[in-house]
Design a protein around this ligand. Structure first.
Ligand code: XMP
Length: 514
């Protein structure tokens, strides 16, 4: 039976996947398609999915720009409910002859909506709702045949609906956690308006995913790129259940991992029946990174070398198949084959193509979001070090060493990072944090150590709370813990004379420093 599905049209907004996740949390499946999808494409998608509603996502454009992305009219005429969010809201207004203008005051962040009519999509919401806004253009009057449901101080038409068809628009972002009734709004759309069934249950997939891997690889050999992160770990376990000793997990140690990382990953996977190899390639990476300061160049070099090492491993074990922990956002972000019925797999390791021709690329998690992968991880019994492992960037410590990466700097940062982790965890403060780590700066500073002037390194601490890394707040770490961390770092690492705490949110900062 086909899954009830909400199709999200992607207008380039960073929020597109968040919409997908919020809807799936309500046990309704979602797919993302390009904004200019034709009716024919839509019909193709409908062969596999029971599309019950359409969401037009937000995006960075203005409807008045010359090449502004538009949804084809034939899509707006489909006989299914449509919900426009942010840019999607403005686009519906514009295409159906409402009035959209650049607002005198742009709105970013928290705002208050006044509900004129708490019905349909806004059913059950309060008269005043805390909402998250991020827009320049504003709808000043709704299209003919539409009515305004809510407004804010700077936005006279913050929500509307058609009086004849199930078409709705909301200027704010219900998908962002700061919008208090965001989930209620989605529930209204999914269950009251689109009448979706709750038929999306990711943990029920395990048996099928294992069977699919078995079918694809048969009796041949496969390798899996295992980083110890949750996605590659779950892919590894599913593949191990399916293939047993015909699977080799490859862990590439580029020397930019945290202290003890490769040992921990090896330990964790001991209990699963698979081959495990660690490629020790620290020197190769360091050599290539010599003299490189630009963060983007560092990322590229590491990505490229990673692939070379991976190819070496594949040849060594004579594998014909490649298993990857690619998840849904990775797949969409590496570009969907535009206008194709269903996005196909990409040959990528660390986001880059590999030259090795595999008979097949197996991506068991390609339709899942991170939180869904975590549900699977729990079900298959992965330990909590993996379930709750902090996200760790592919380029590793290289993006936490500002400027050139050297062996000496890596050593300093590894020690500092270990202290940060130990202290945060010892005080049991890590539970509600997204990430906590150290950054090594490339400026020196004066200090006193013993009775002597010391001229040494600076470590910055980055500790953030976040739900999905799109936005993040610096954590209000108790001074006691900060003090302990700072004291230990300057005492235990002779090269460091100063520790600073990063007190910026994201945005405008990012979580990582590079
Ligand atoms: P930023 O720094 O953009 O990071 O706020 C958001 C989240 O993504 C992680 N991150 C990366 N992960 N490769 C990765 O696999 C990368 O190049 C990379 N850069 C950032 C970061 O740790 C944070 O959780």
């Amino acid at each position: 039976m086909k899954l009830d599905t909400i199709l999200i049209l992607d207008f380039g907004g960073q929020y597109c996947h968040l919409i997908g996740r919020r809807i799936r949390e309500n046990n309704v499946y979602t797919e993302i398609a390009p904004y200019d999808i034709s009716k024919k494409d839509f019909e193709k998608i409908s062969q596999n999915f029971n599309v019950k509603g359409l969401v037009l996502s937000g995006g960075p454009s203005s409807v008045y720009e010359k090449n502004a992305p538009r949804v084809p009219e034939e899509i707006l005429e489909l006989k299914i409910p449509i919900l426009g969010l942010c840019y999607g809201h403005q686009l519906i207004a514009y295409l159906l002859r409402g009035k959209v203008k650049t607002a005198e005051k742009k709105e970013y962040g928290l705002s208050l909506a006044t509900l004129k009519k708490p019905l349909a999509i806004l059913k059950g919401l309060k008269k005043k709702e805390k909402i998250w806004m991020s827009h320049g253009d504003t709808v000043f009057s709704p299209p003919p045949g539409f009515e305004t449901l809510a407004s804010t101080k700077n936005c006279p038409v913050a929500a509307f609906r058609s009086k004849k068809k199930p078409i709705f628009g909301i200027q704010w972002h219900p998908e962002v956690a700061h919008t208090e009734s965001g989930n209620k709004t989605f529930k209204n759309f999914l269950f009251e308006i689109c009448k979706c069934r709750k038929d999306w249950q990711p943990v029920n997939l395990i048996k099928n995913l294992v069977a699919e891997i078995k079918k694809m690889v048969g009796k041949e050999r496969a390798i899996v790129a295992l980083s110890g992160g949750i996605d590659s770990s779950v892919a590894t376990v599913l593949a191990a259940i399916a293939l047993g000793r015909n699977l080799t997990a490859v862990f590439v140690d580029h020397g930019l991992m945290r202290e003890n990382e490769s040992r921990q990953v090896r330990e964790t996977f001991k209990k699963f029946d698979l081959n495990f190899i660690v490629m020790q390639e620290k020197n190769r990476f360091l050599k290539k990174l010599k003299g490189v300061k630009s963060p983007e160049r560092k990322r590229k070099i590491i990505g490229n070398e990673f692939i070379r090492v991976f190819e070496k491993a594949a040849r060594r074990v004579k594998a014909n198949y490649l298993v990857q922990g690619t998840i849904y956002p990775d797949r969409i972000e590496s570009g969907y084959a535009r206008k194709s019925e269903k996005i196909k797999t990409h040959h990528n390791v660390a986001g880059l193509p590999t030259k090795i021709k595999f008979k097949g690329i197996v991506e068991p998690l390609q339709d899942l979001y991170k939180d869904e992968v975590r549900l699977l991880a729990k079900k298959i019994g992965l330990p909590k070090e993996i379930l709750f492992r902090q996200p760790f960037p592919g380029p590793g410590l290289a993006v936490r060493i500002i400027g050139e990466v050297t062996g000496k700097k890596i050593k300093i940062l590894k020690k500092a990072d270990k202290i940060v982790r130990e202290e945060i965890e010892r005080w049991n403060f890590g539970k509600n944090l997204w990430q906590y780590f150290a950054v090594l700066l490339d400026t020196k500073t004066t200090g006193v150590k013993g009775d002597k002037r010391a001229y040494g390194q600076i470590i910055a601490l980055r500790v953030v709370e976040s739900r999905e890394a799109m936005t993040a707040n610096f954590a209000k770490v108790p001074y006691q813990i900060l003090e302990k961390i700072s004291t230990r770092i300057v005492n235990e690492i002779p090269e460091v004379v100063r520790v600073v705490y990063d007190i910026t949110h994201k945005p405008p900062s990012t979580i990582e420093w590079e």
